[in-house]
Write a protein that binds this ligand. Structure first.
Ligand code: NAG
Ligand code: NAG
Ligand code: NAG
Ligand code: NAG
Length: 621
């Protein structure tokens, strides 16, 4: 009876969720096979969307599939669900490889409660032969006519192309919660939020509802349009939405540069709901954050590609579908490469005298009409230039870690920015607050742990890329930008959203609060007018920041004592010591700049009709 009612429930929620081979919720020791070609093609490599390590010439250690050690039909691959469940289907995929064309084309499925006696799935007359893949990348699902109750499931490949290799996922529902089993995946969030995937229309609707519930602290705007004309929506949270307030730092979270990495979009929609609700309920922490910060949340920077991935659904897109824009750009790395310009100038000794160590201009040809730059990138750059952001993060999937700049590596030494220590702190602030990001003892998603157990890595030490959003943001603007990779599964099943919200909620808040670290202040002239475009230099850190229109600035710094100099054209520089403590809350460090003598001389010259002036007049002045 229990089985029947559960079966109905399963059907109503369409499919059962994945057991978690792709997400790594299923441990390596739950995966077993009759044999393996070598350790690097062991059963632990048989997870859906597992990626071979392409960097390695011979991918012996990190192969892109489980492979049997010979080409015979008695081989099997086994998954232990650790308790009795209702299996409803399996998804098969071939081997990720640049050279091999290996995939299973037909197979039997068998079930067991003890892993000794096995029942092969049959149609009442004969064993049921399921059809598998037709290429190595596209996942193919087979759903059982009736769910099968068992603890173990086996795939028995019967035919294949190339060698016997495969990756897979298993779909299963927990047995009824009426009995003593508690399902490992099931989290009841204490927050009554909308835990669903939102396509473009639903996202727009959701944002509208939040805006209506919190009209005094939110504003919806868009930063431009995608290639297909979808708006790139942003939601602003501030006690004065719509304007920059002097002294208040600006923060941004963006998601979905790659349309198929969808968790960031849902985390930002949940964050919007959460902040609106908690603000209205008087949560002091959320109130303080919104009163002291202007926060911009952009859930979908590549809305065209998201729609592609969304149509295929959570398991059926392959690793790459929806990664690029409609025009074929990878948005994360389509920014101008300013690193090469800066490093070239540094080699010649031109920095900072001839070439600045910050706010490096975009090369003229980059934004020209015919340059190969995505329309979405043009919109993002215009937005970055318009708002004086201090801190931001872009959210990705497919790994679980935080990366910080530089993302580009020219030499072993240069992958560190002059701000390496504060970048490491910012990365750790997210990773260590996330509920599982530092649990790296079982390895990363596709390889062993390369983060030394910290869940963070310098982007360039992971994968060197030029033109990344993080490097561009650091070198062209004041904004320190990092990348958050939220998990192995790029498109988690809807049922996992409550757990993912729990994993990320505190980290999302803590990271935003870091915008209030270091020093901040206003640079003014002696008449009390704010000086825009003044630079703030910190001794020992070869990277300046600039003041915003009202003369206000923010400089993220770790605790310590700093010699800080403010400079503006036609003013004499001023230097002072500013001390940053351990508690959150930036230290105020204001500057008043006196006009330089040269400025005064020029003014007097103007008064005199630019005629040469006698020194005596100057001295009298
Ligand atoms: C496993 O045990 C359950 C009862 O707990 C039974 O309904 C099911 O048919 C068994 N499955 C197999 C494959 O023997
Ligand atoms: C099957 O594998 C062979 C070589 O192993 C390859 O040439 C062929 O293209 C593959 N077939 C498909 C459909 O990929
Ligand atoms: C861009 O390309 C078009 C057509 O190829 C050409 O007519 C135009 O002059 C080009 N513009 C620039 C700025 O090069
Ligand atoms: C800002 O200051 C720099 C020098 O630090 C100068 O080269 C640049 O033209 C100024 N920009 C504006 C918009 O005033």
């Amino acid at each position: 009876k229990i089985g029947k009612s559960r079966e109905k429930a399963c059907r109503q929620e369409e499919k059962c969720p994945p057991l978690g081979l792709e997400s790594h919720k299923v441990d390596n020791d739950q995966l077993l096979a009759s044999s393996m070609l070598r350790y690097g093609a062991g059963p632990h490599r048989g997870r859906l969307n597992m990626q071979a390590d392409q960097e390695e010439e011979d991918d012996d250690f990190y192969d892109g599939a489980w492979c049997a050690d010979n080409e015979e039909t008695q081989h099997w691959y086994e998954v232990d669900a650790r308790r009795e469940v209702e299996f409803t289907g399996v998804i098969l995929q071939g081997r990720d490889s640049p050279v091999h064309n290996d995939f299973v084309t037909s197979y039997f499925v068998a079930f067991s409660n003890d892993s000794r006696t096995w029942t092969v799935y049959h149609d009442g007359y004969a064993e049921w032969l399921f059809f598998g893949n037709v290429d190595k990348d596209t996942p193919v699902i087979s759903e059982f006519v009736e769910p099968v109750v068992a603890r173990y499931i086996r795939i028995l490949p019967q035919s294949w192309n190339g060698s016997l290799c495969m990756r897979l996922e298993v779909m299963a529902c927990p047995l009824s919660s009426l009995n003593s089993y508690s399902w490992q995946n099931e989290v009841t969030s204490v927050y009554d939020l909308d835990f669903r995937h939102h396509n473009y229309k639903d996202m727009r609707q959701m944002m509208k509802v939040i805006n209506e519930e919190c009209p005094s602290i939110t504003r919806i705007y868009n930063i431009g349009k995608s290639f297909r004309g979808l708006k790139i929506y942003a939601m602003e949270f501030s006690d004065n939405p719509g304007e920059h307030e002097t002294g208040e730092p600006e923060f941004r979270y963006t998601a979905g540069l790659h349309g198929n990495e969808v968790l960031g979009r849902e985390m930002l929609l949940l964050l919007m709901q959460f902040m609106c609700k908690e603000y209205n309920d008087g949560n002091p922490r959320v109130r303080r954050l919104i009163e002291d910060t202007r926060i911009h949340l952009v859930p979908s920077l590549n809305p065209d590609a998201y729609e592609l991935a969304y149509e295929m659904g959570s398991e059926m897109g392959n690793w790459a579908l929806g990664h690029w824009t409609e025009e074929g750009y990878d948005l994360f790395i389509n920014f101008p490469d300013l690193n090469t310009i800066l490093w070239g100038a540094q080699e010649r000794g031109w920095v900072p005298k001839l070439v600045p160590n910050h706010h490096i201009p975009i090369p003229e040809n980059f934004l020209s009409e015919n340059a190969s730059v995505a329309i979405e990138i043009r919109a993002i750059i215009a937005w970055m230039e318009k708002i004086p952001f201090v801190l931001g993060a872009n959210i990705h999937g497919g790994e679980q870690m935080v990366t910080y700049p530089f993302d580009m590596v020219p030499t072993a030494k240069l992958h560190q920015t002059p701000d390496d220590s504060i970048f490491r702190w910012l990365a750790i602030a997210y990773a260590s607050t996330h509920q599982t990001m530092t649990e790296t003892h079982r390895g990363m998603c596709h390889t062993d742990d390369f983060t030394s157990g910290q869940g963070i890595i310098n982007g360039g030490s992971w994968k060197s890329t030029s033109g990344s959003m993080n490097d561009f943001s650091y070198l062209h603007s004041n904004c320190f930008e990092l990348s958050l990779y939220l998990g192995c599964d790029k498109f988690p099943h809807e049922s996992e959203l409550p757990q993912e919200w729990e994993n990320n909620r505190e980290a999302l808040l803590v990271f935003m609060e870091q915008v209030h670290r270091g020093i901040k202040g206003v640079v003014k002239d002696q008449g009390g007018n704010g000086l825009a475009n003044a630079s703030i230099s910190v001794e020992g850190i070869n990277h300046d920041v600039k003041t915003a229109v009202n003369g206000d600035y923010w400089r993220l710094l770790n605790p310590g004592e700093y010699r800080v100099t403010a400079r503006a054209e036609a003013f004499s520089p001023a230097t002072k010591i500013c001390v940053v403590g351990y508690e959150i809350g930036a230290t105020r460090c204001n500057f008043v700049l006196a006009k330089s003598n040269w400025k005064r001389i020029r003014e007097i010259m103007t008064l005199n009709g630019n005629r040469p002036i006698k020194l005596s007049k100057l001295n009298k002045d």
